[in-house]
Design a protein around this ligand. Structure first.
Ligand code: PLP
Length: 418
């Protein structure tokens, strides 16, 4: 794979028209990530145009250098960060991007680093002891508290594909106390919530806004901003047996969110959103190779410890496409018939088997490639070096995955028996 370099800094990246071209010209034995910069720019701009406030990209979704750089180029100037590694990743692409440190539970040393070295002036919290930690550093550095906004993260309840509210967030009455304490100490005061990821029901934002309204009225302190978090759903694959997924489209969801913001009288307040998945999911695919076909099992060169960790993708139908190896002359089965294959990962670990079947043409065989689409969010960011495998080859592709030729296959949500 000498021809394809890492997409870091000055290193060169090979460009192709389609994923099909990538597979056939490189004939890769290692997983290859296909980055589609035009798709990323389009999805980032679509979000920014529709959200009536500041867009702070959630860096944990995908913190690759070239992704962050493309986002800055697309006009994103604020980033939701949670760790020193993320502060540095953003600074490496932009000297003046705004960093919002929205992890409610922070190490004292990281708070100092954020304030002293990275110029962070916005942080979230959900407990009084976190206020004490922040105050200690603010005083040690002799910072003016009025230069900082502290956001109280509210507890939310709802039906996201991935619930995060069980872990963080203050109950409403507690949030009221926190807001008042922050104000007494001289900080600017904000309210934040994060409803989870890949949310399916727009009403979830309404419930969060109703709760924010209750807290605001009880606290009766001047507010500087409202941060509505992330959770906006990305487009994924279609399982023809289930039909189109019942996910709200971004324009509809945004229209609903704007209506609710208006109704709960938050529209005069500066707003912030922290989208992750909805911005990056579509911008990357991964081309994996079938190392061996054994009956209805496919052994591939990636897996749950690589870019297909089921913790984030198991509840989502991923689009996929089979790319036949022209070197294989004889094939059995029908090219038009999709059948479920059990997919086994590259490591020797017996848990490295994907929990859901890949529905691919029956002709799939050893040596073929599968391009798995829309894996830009929470997949390559979760890959590990387990067993010595670490997918890290990148190319650029011009055509959006869903516009490429060839029958659409998919990785279904259901689990399969042996
Ligand atoms: C993970 C996270 C996000 C991004 O969530 P998406 O579902 O990817 O939009 C935003 N805000 C916070 C606080 C997060 O933890």
């Amino acid at each position: 794979m000498g021809a394809t370099d890492r997409t870091r800094g000055a290193s060169k990246i090979d460009k192709f028209e389609t994923g099909h071209d990538v597979a056939l010209s490189l004939r890769p034995d290692v997983p290859v990530y296909c980055f589609r910069p035009a798709v990323l720019a389009a999805d980032a701009k679509a979000f920014m145009e529709r959200f009536p406030g500041k867009t702070a990209y959630a860096v944990k979704t995908n913190s690759e250098h070239f992704v962050l750089k493309a986002l800055v180029d697309a006009g994103i100037s604020a980033f939701d960060v949670a760790s020193p590694g993320e502060f540095a990743a953003v600074r490496a692409v932009s000297k003046d991007a705004e960093l919002l440190y929205m992890h409610p539970v922070k190490a004292q040393s990281d708070i100092r680093l954020a304030l002293e070295t990275y110029g962070v002036r916005e942080m979230s919290l959900d407990h009084e002891d976190e206020i004490a930690k922040i105050l200690r550093i603010v005083r040690a550095l002799d910072l003016d508290p009025t230069s900082m906004t502290l956001f109280v993260r509210l507890q939310t309840k709802g039906s996201a594909a991935y619930e995060l509210s069980k872990k963080f967030g203050a109950a409403p009455a507690h949030a009221v106390e926190l807001l008042q304490r922050i104000e007494r100490l001289g900080f600017k005061v904000g309210i934040a919530f994060h409803v989870g990821s890949q949310i399916g029901d727009p009403k979830i934002y309404e419930r969060a806004l109703a709760s924010a309204d209750w807290v605001r009225n009880r606290a009766a302190v001047p507010l500087t901003a409202l941060d509505v978090g992330g959770g906006f759903p990305a487009a994924y694959g279609i399982d023809p047996r289930r039909g189109e997924p019942q996910m709200p489209e971004l324009p509809d969801l945004m229209a609903e969110l704007r209506r609710e913001i208006e109704e709960w009288e938050f529209s005069d307040l500066p707003l912030i959103a922290e989208p992750g998945r909805v911005i990056v999911a579509r911008s990357l695919s991964v081309i994996v190779r079938v190392l061996l076909k054994k009956g209805r099992r496919l052994y591939i060169n990636d897996g749950i410890w690589g870019s297909l960790s089921d913790s984030w993708t198991g509840k989502i139908t991923l689009p996929a496409r089979l790319i036949l190896d022209p070197a294989r002359r004889r094939r059995s089965g029908s090219a038009d018939k999709l059948v479920p294959f059990k997919v086994c990962g590259a490591t020797c670990d017996s848990v490295d088997i994907l929990s859901r079947p890949f529905w691919l043409p029956e002709t799939a065989d050893t040596g073929d490639w599968v391009e798995i689409g829309h894996i830009g969010a929470y997949s390559l960011s979760l890959r590990s070096r387990f067993n010595g495998f670490y997918p890290d080859t990148f190319v650029e592709v011009a055509t959006p995955f869903e516009e490429e030729e060839g029958p659409q296959a998919f990785a279904a949500i259901e689990t399969m028996a042996d």
